[in-house]
Ligand binder design. Structure first.
Ligand SMILES: [Zn+2]
Length: 121
């Protein structure tokens, strides 16, 4: 993968990450509008506790997406991004542009989905 493509994908991941956290922060603010008594306590929280609280306000699916984004960013750091976890082949850039958090090449993704359907049946 070209460095430029990697940079673009990283930007995409970071944007999506910021959007998710922003959504969480906004929904938290709406909570405060109802429970203003909690505001004083909130000021005493450490930043770590606060960011954990933000993540908790995310819906389960959003939390999962956030974790996948973090994993993808981690793989970028390690230089393992864009490689299939099953066969080590490069995942096509086209596919990564649509699914920046993809961990499997198209062949193995399809196998995985077949397996999932099999177990779900
Ligand atoms: Zn593969």
């Amino acid at each position: 993968m070209k460095a430029k493509e990697l940079t673009n994908l990283k930007k995409k991941l970071l944007n999506e990450r910021a959007r998710l956290l922003n959504t969480a922060t906004n929904s938290r603010r709406q909570d405060f509008a109802i429970a203003t008594d909690d505001l004083a306590d909130e000021a005493d929280l450490t930043s770590v506790e606060r960011s954990q609280g933000i993540v908790f306000t995310l819906r389960e699916k959003e939390q999962k997406v956030l974790a996948e984004i973090d994993e993808a960013l981690q793989r970028m750091e390690e230089g393992a991004y864009g490689l299939c976890e099953e066969c080590g082949d490069e995942i096509s850039t086209k596919r990564l542009e649509i699914f920046p958090t993809a961990r499997l090449c198209i062949t193995h993704q399809e196998e995985e989905e077949k397996k999932r359907k099999f177990y779900a049946a």
